[in-house]
Design a protein around this ligand. Structure first.
Ligand code: ATP
Length: 310
């Protein structure tokens, strides 16, 4: 009998920016309790999965020299986790990552690739599986993976993996400044713990005003409320970020924030036109490697050119 090989499946998946990230004290299990408001942005990775006799991973674009192309890659781990969940052996797939999201940039690029791989393989293998079931597997892979599945704007608690959608009444316009090198997320959390032992860096307050600003759709109101407890730690490890943050505001952004554990800086702008102008000025200021314009919220991981994904 002739085996029918299904065609490859490509999934587009968004980066995230944290509009609000409050970090609790270090818990006994080594984790921190987080309260975060994420927004999914039009800055994306594309992940293609294909059936093959020679399983493996190829990486192009952002971080192609530094992101591991072996079994430690989060996309590969996602493939293994889904295969185990549905009782398949080692996945006989080739995964191609086309990365637009900066590696180790605080925008959850690895998590995005894992989410995209789950959605891609669910389609390639024709699995009868819901997005909520995929989200359970996603949560086992990393705390940002479920958000990359759903996208939009959401409140995350726990380690960030317990999600509730947040009403966002507007398209918000962003400029993103990529740094020359990534920052390790665990190192940034450790630096925050150190800063908190030595002193008392300010803590951002409740997330409620941010949620209200999102519902109002007013970027000026939201700009006043952007906050990230990890910012002090990221700036402590990478002092040049202070200059980047200042340059974005000087260029006309309403406000700037370090995204997640950094070092990417995200600047909220009044509208699409202003974002283009801020991006042009920022790229001439010599304070970052690359500048991108993006908008949000956008949907989570989706098969490109198809609507049959779970
Ligand atoms: P976080 O989700 O902690 O904010 P981040 O956005 O700062 O992460 P990622 O791009 O997700 O950073 O990568 C963090 C590390 O994970 C990288 O340094 C890399 O070694 C590893 N990694 C594993 N798989 C991937 C992947 N598919 N893309 C990028 N990095 C990956």
């Amino acid at each position: 009998m002739l085996a029918v090989v299904p065609p490859p499946v490509t999934v587009r998946v968004p980066a995230k920016v944290n509009l609000h990230l409050s970090v609790g004290d270090l818990r006994e299990d080594g984790y921190h309790e987080l309260v975060t408001v994420f927004q999914a942005l039009s800055l994306t990775d594309e992940v293609t999965v294909a059936v093959t006799e020679e399983p493996g991973l190829e990486i192009y674009g952002e971080g192609e020299g530094s992101v591991p192309a072996d079994g430690t890659n989060l996309a590969w781990r996602a493939a293994e986790a889904l295969a185990a969940h549905v009782g398949r052996g080692e996945p006989k797939v080739r995964i191609v990552l086309r990365k637009g999201i900066p590696a180790a940039g605080g925008m959850a690029g690895g998590s995005a690739d894992a989410a995209a791989t789950l959605v891609g393989l669910a389609s390639l293998w024709n699995l009868d599986i819901t997005r909520d079931e995929l989200a359970e597997i996603a949560a086992g892979l990393g705390s940002d993976v479920p958000f990359a599945l759903y996208g939009g704007t959401a409140l995350g608690t726990g380690r960030g993996e317990q999600l509730v959608p947040v009403l966002s009444r507007h398209t918000f316009h962003w400029v993103l400044a990529f740094d020359a090198e990534g920052l390790s997320t665990p190192k940034v959390f450790k630096e925050l713990d150190r800063l908190r032992v030595d002193g008392n860096p300010p803590r951002i307050g409740s997330h409620t005003p941010v949620v209200e600003a999102l519902a109002s759709g007013d970027p000026r109101q939201l700009a006043l409320l952007l906050g990230n407890d990890l910012q002090a730690a990221a700036v402590s490890l990478r002092p040049g970020l202070r200059r980047t943050l200042r340059a974005g505001v000087n260029a006309g952004a309403l406000a700037g924030t370090v995204s997640g554990s950094g070092p990417t800086c995200a600047f909220l702008c009044e509208d699409a036109q202003t974002a283009v102008e801020v991006a042009a000025e920022l790229s001439g200021a010599g304070v970052c490697r690359t500048v991108r314009v993006a908008h949000g919220p956008v949907p989570g991981a989706r098969v490109v050119g198809g609507d049959d994904a779970p």
